[in-house]
Design a protein around this ligand. Structure first.
Ligand code: DHB
Length: 390
């Protein structure tokens, strides 16, 4: 078979790209190793920038994000014994939307189905070839049939363990890494919300993030050792750890049964450039950010908004040149988000070998930030998302 654009990865980046291309009259085939159910059951972050919400609504994916999501006009930074609100609306006139990535995925998968998009979940034996001349994507579908799809261009939207990015020869790419000596212990609990907005909590015992999902379901995280085994933690022990961290700043959490617990990896990664021949990378395959600040999904959507336009030009001109301008454009935002995610992470987490000086210095940093309109505005602007094209 032939298609214009072969897309590896049916997460939010791959599906949104396929949706945007379809609106421009460009056909694509999307494949993913995972089943739709598997993707739906992976818990991810839950904060959308305004531009991400607009992209979903304005391009006709769904307006469920407005109906089922919750608008948040600020966050709380808790440290040094108390809470300090960052007022996004007052500072930069913007908000974020609490709406889980899994729901974004469901909306996109439904929209692709509704529009008769070609999306194949649960494939095996994926390989890509001919990146600089005649791109081809090979796989075996869920019914065991082998396929070879020729495309004008290939897109690697295949996540942080991307196979596509490994197809770029070493001499043609640069990779940037940073590891962190901690991870997040993430839980879902059947309890009412403990606060109206998110609480980013710094404490001498380590970071905790109090997030929400619905009136009856809450999402929380706390900093832990990367080798921690989530299954060995009892509900009581988890609540004790969370309560002691937020208690240091005057909060008490409403407890309930814990229905999911996982340890999330933590790293920063970028591969440059985000194109090679007739292959482009989008989303986590090209860049991973640590979760603090919830930039991952927003960055993926910002990538494909630009990529769809550049692919349109590339298809029309039968020329891969626009892919370089995509990479250049996307990387400007990527590195700003890399900095923001790293900064939020290092400001709020406690290093395993932190001295009392280190902890007090972090409190000093947080106090400078929350005590300064300029500092608070920087955080608000970055958190709610840099304007399109900047
Ligand atoms: C959530 C995750 C984040 O990493 C973050 O910074 C804020 C919220 C969440 O899952 O709700």
């Amino acid at each position: 078979i032939r298609t214009r654009i072969g897309i590896v990865g049916a997460g939010p980046a791959g599906l949104m790209l396929s949706h945007l291309l379809a609106r421009a009259g460009i056909d694509s085939v999307v494949i993913d190793l995972r089943s739709r159910r598997e993707i739906e059951q992976t818990h991810r972050a839950g904060i959308l920038e305004q531009d991400s919400v607009d992209l979903l609504v304005d391009t006709g994916v769904s307006d469920r994000v407005l109906r089922d999501g919750y608008r948040h006009d600020g966050i709380e930074l808790a440290f040094g014994g108390g809470g300090h609100r960052i007022d996004f609306q007052g500072l930069v006139g913007a908000s974020t939307q609490l709406y889980p990535q899994t729901d974004v995925f469901v909306d996109l998968a439904d929209a692709r189905e509704r529009d008769h998009g070609d999306v194949r979940f649960g494939v095996t034996g994926v390989s890509v070839d001919g990146l600089v001349s005649t791109p081809v994507m090979r796989f075996t579908d869920a019914d065991g049939a082998d396929h070879e799809i020729r495309a004008d261009f290939l897109v690697g939207a295949d996540g942080s363990r991307s196979l596509c990015r490994r197809e770029v020869p070493e001499a043609a790419r640069r990779q940037y890494f940073r590891e962190y000596p901690f991870a997040w212990f993430g839980i879902l609990t059947e309890a009412p919300p403990s606060a109206p907005e998110l609480i980013y909590n710094h404490s001498p015992r380590g970071f905790a993030l109090i997030s929400q999902r619905t009136e009856t379901l809450q999402r929380m995280y706390f900093q832990c050792d990367p080798t921690e085994d989530a299954d060995t933690w009892s509900d009581d022990r988890i609540w004790e750890e969370l309560q002691s961290r937020v208690g240091a700043n005057g909060h008490t959490l409403k407890e309930g049964p814990i229905i999911s617990r996982t340890v999330l990896p933590f790293r920063s990664f970028v591969q440059e450039p985000m194109h090679h021949g007739r292959l482009v990378l989008a989303g986590d395959s090209a860049h991973t950010v640590p979760p603090t600040g919830a930039k991952g999904l927003n960055l993926a959507l910002a990538d494909v908004r630009v990529l769809a336009q550049e692919l349109e030009r590339a298809v029309a001109a039968k020329d891969p040149a626009p892919l370089a301008s995509y990479s250049e454009h996307a990387l400007r935002r990527v590195w700003k988000a890399q900095h923001f995610s790293y900064w939020m992470t290092t400001m709020l987490h406690t290093l395993p070998d932190a001295t009392p000086f280190d902890v007090r210095r972090q409190e000093g940093e947080l106090a400078s930030l929350t005590g300064s309109t300029a500092g608070s505005m920087y955080l608000a602007e970055a958190y709610t998302g840099w304007p399109k094209g900047r």
